[in-house]
Design a protein around this ligand. Structure first.
Ligand SMILES: Nc1ncnc2c1ncn2[C@@H]1O[C@H](COP(=O)(O)OP(=O)(O)OP(=O)(O)O)[C@@H](O)[C@H]1O
Length: 645
């Protein structure tokens, strides 16, 4: 196994960009989570119908806006026809005065409309806040039992983020939607009545393209909203990925994971670019709707002017119609198209997330594991026993596991069955290249079996790869909380001793200094910690020997809440006595232990030993194997005598 590959294994999953989300979304990213929520329309109608007085007020004040639109074109037409063109400037000016009064009345009405919109948006906000707080309480309870996650993280950061971001976005988008839809409707009413009053024939020119434009817009609304949502989601995911990479920069560099992190960010950039392209494509359809509904009527009006004049339409009526089109309908249509395409999609996405995150009925809540004591600052020794997914299930279960490093490569493991009971101790031995480290990586969920199944405490690790698929980049499985793997080359980073010891603990878990020292002492790293200046002393990886780095990694893993510890020759740089101290600490710690052994003493301390030997792989106690396995006898004879058994 390469050093960088090994080093990565101990790094927290967040270091390679798999960290959980914060910020905008609760991020349940299962397929379809970003779809517009079902029943949103019905829920919206119910919400509105519960507020008839506000709706009436909104409609009442909006009538003033319609009246202002009506007055705009009609008064201009009269000012021309009855005033300026009839050589009666006073009449013309009087009509212009009417238009100005209409403008003032419209502005006054619009100001009142804002109040009514607020009377709709604020209750919506309150309702959403109630939901989010309910969800937060639910998460706080669930997180208290979730290994690898601190309760205050779920209950604090997530809820505050949803309150401050999503609820405000929902409220603002909703208010924007109400404003543009209402404005378009009442402007349309005002303009159509004005055209009807000026000359009904004008409707023949204006209405058909307007209807065609609205039909195109209606047809593009759904796909456009979907593209807009995809773009928002891609944008957020890119921001999250980049944010995670930046936060984990030190670990990424220390683990040599720059290329993988770069690739993962580049993938997100490509996804966002594709989403932006698709959005732009549908943006063209939106421009078509605007052209048809807003601009074509103007062109038709100008082109058909001679015909309209022959139909008896006056010059003033033509000017009034042009005013309706350019000053009222076109801007209202533009606001509608942009508003529904932008704020509408944002509203649907955010409401969908808030609704998806609504508290579930208590009876449907899946059983969450018992809270691990390390959340309260107790080292993993006692925690290990308490944080399992299913404590009765075997710690490790392999059924027919076959693994090869490439589609055409010889399998390293073929049809392997193995069970390590909860709390059991297994030593894995075998000649160099037999597949011991590969087995450790499979159990840890870093590699994916070609076929067969691996479970940790009853939970599946990673499903097999589809036939012929290449092994993907190494990435810890979701079962990462169930195990800690210490590879031969230990990962230690520049920082304090405390940071190095606590990096496998759930976020926010505060382990007191004496408990950290106790863990170091248990694995025999206390002298090293003292030499480094205590728990707050500085760690310089380059200044540590390979054995000292192993001691830090052992203390860190001892503190981890994982109920299964996999030591892949994790004490290979320690002397036999120091290695024994560390191994015995892990035995006392509780939980299951799997040791890739390079000394007979490790095999003797285990309940059972797995001898990896290609087709002659076998498992049994030390005594059984001495009888049954020639390879084991050879290995045992070749190893140095144990210091103490
Ligand atoms: N990344 C890899 N790509 C291809 N083959 C690999 C890779 N890693 C290991 N192998 C091969 O898989 C086989 C098993 O390797 P593994 O490291 O699991 O053996 P091991 O028993 O742990 O050996 P050792 O005791 O020397 O560490 C070896 O033949 C090795 O060359």
């Amino acid at each position: 196994m390469t050093e960088s590959g090994a080093a990565r294994l101990e790094a927290p999953a967040e270091a390679v960009g798999t960290g959980s989300a914060d910020g905008l979304a609760p991020h349940r990213r299962a397929g379809g989570r970003h779809r517009a929520p079902r029943g949103l329309g019905r829920a919206g109608v119910r919400f509105l119908l519960r507020r008839p007085r506000v709706l009436l007020g909104l409609a009442g004040w909006s009538v003033l806006e319609a009246a202002h639109t009506f007055a705009l074109g009609f008064a201009l037409a009269r000012a021309l026809d009855d005033g300026f063109l009839a050589a009666r400037p006073a009449v013309g000016l009087a009509w212009l005065g009417v238009a100005a009064a209409g403008l003032l009345a419209g502005a006054w009405g619009t100001a009142r409309v804002y109040r009514q919109v607020a009377a709709l948006a604020e209750p919506l906000r309150d309702e959403l806040v109630r939901r989010v707080v309910g969800r937060g309480l639910y998460e706080a309870v669930a997180a208290a039992g979730a290994p690898g996650r601190a309760a205050d993280d779920a209950a604090g950061t997530g809820v505050v983020s949803r309150l401050t971001h999503q609820v405000e976005i929902a409220r603002d988008s909703f208010a924007g939607l109400v404003m543009v839809s209402r404005s378009f409707l009442f402007t349309l009413i005002g303009a159509v009545s004005g055209l009807l009053a000026l000359a009904p024939v004008l409707l023949l020119v204006v209405v058909p393209p307007l209807v065609a434009g609205l039909a195109v817009f209606a047809g593009t609304l759904r796909p456009l909203a979907r593209r807009q949502r995809d773009f928002l989601v891609a944008d957020e995911e890119l921001a999250r990925e980049a944010g995670t990479a930046v936060r984990a920069l030190r670990d990424v560099t220390a683990c040599g994971a720059q290329e993988r992190v770069r690739q993962s960010v580049v993938e997100k950039v490509a996804t966002e670019r594709r989403a932006a392209d698709a959005l732009a494509y549908w943006g063209v359809a939106r421009a078509l709707a605007l052209g048809l509904g807003g601009r074509l009527p103007v062109v038709l009006l100008l082109v058909l002017t001679p015909w309209l004049l022959r139909q008896g339409v006056s010059a003033g009526a033509l000017a009034g119609a042009l005013t309706y089109l350019t000053q009222a309908l076109l801007p209202a249509l533009q606001s509608l198209v942009h508003g529904l395409g932008g704020a509408g999609a944002r509203f649907a996405v955010v409401i969908g997330r808030l609704r998806d995150g609504a508290p579930e009925p208590v009876s449907d809540v899946p059983r969450t594991p018992v809270p691990g004591p390390q959340a309260a600052g107790v080292p993993g020794a006692r925690a290990a026993a308490a944080s399992g997914a299913d404590r009765a299930a075997p710690a490790v279960e392999l059924r027919g596991v076959t693994f090869a490093y490439g589609p055409a490569a010889e399998p390293v493991l073929a049809g392997l069955d193995l069970t390590v009971p909860a709390g059991g101790r297994l030593a894995v031995v075998g000649p160099s290249g037999a597949g011991k480290s590969t087995l450790a990586l499979l159990v840890a969920g870093v590699l994916r079996p070609s076929s067969g199944e691996i479970r940790l405490h009853g939970r599946p690790v990673l499903p097999p790869l589809p036939e012929g698929a290449p092994q993907p980049a190494r990435r810890p499985s979701p079962a990462v909380e169930q195990r800690v793997l210490i590879p031969q080359e230990s990962y230690v980073f520049t920082g304090s001793v405390r940071e190095n010891l606590c990096c496998l603990l759930p976020d926010g878990a505060a382990v007191p200094g004496p408990a950290l020292l106790g863990a170091a002492e248990a694995v025999g790293a206390d002298a090293l910690v003292r030499r480094l200046g205590g728990i707050d002393g500085a760690v310089d990886p380059a200044a540590l020997s390979a054995g000292e780095r192993q001691q830090i990694a052992l203390a860190r893993s001892y503190l981890s809440p994982a109920p299964l510890v996999v030591l892949d020759e994790a004490g290979s740089h320690l002397d036999p006595a120091a290695e024994e101290v560390a191994e015995r600490a892990f035995i006392r710690r509780g939980g299951a232990l799997m040791v890739i052994a390079h000394r007979i003493s490790s095999a003797l301390r285990a309940d059972r030993v797995l001898v990896l030997d290609g087709g002659r792989t076998c498992c049994g106690t030390h005594a059984e194997l001495l009888e049954r396995s020639e390879l084991y006898r050879d290995l045992a004879a070749g190893w140095a005598p144990p210091s103490r058994v």
